[in-house]
Write a protein that binds this ligand. Structure first.
Ligand SMILES: [Cu+2]
Length: 108
């Protein structure tokens, strides 16, 4: 009974999962700050002429080298929010802002 209830509680969260796109171009991440929820997916797309990466050591996020024209998908875990950079060009910085899971009370 309890596992079933837990599964049902997760359904709305799964239905609301979104996909966010961050474009890498001109040595920048755009948008620089991406606001997401746990369970969402972020897709970094390298539109630049150079290889880049998405690295956040503390959050254990590492895309590896993203060649021009390639992309990398990352499924967002529960948090906390984290800053990341491209280790090849440390001036390139971005942030993933992770919202706390919403616990909505159904409207009557
Ligand atoms: Cu780079």
């Amino acid at each position: 009974m309890k596992p079933l209830l837990a599964a049902l509680c997760w359904l709305p969260a799964l239905a609301g999962a979104a996909e966010h796109h961050v474009v890498i171009d001109g040595m920048q991440f755009s948008p620089q700050v991406v606001e997401v929820k746990p369970g969402d997916t972020i897709v970094w797309e390298n539109h630049d002429m150079f290889a880049h990466n998405v690295t956040a050591a503390g959050a254990r996020v590492s895309s590896g080298e993203l060649a021009p024209g390639t992309s990398w998908r990352y499924k967002v875990a529960k948090g906390p929010s984290f800053d990341y950079l491209c280790t090849l060009h440390p001036v390139m910085k971005g942030r993933v802002e992770i919202a706390r899971p919403a616990h909505r009370v159904p409207a009557r």
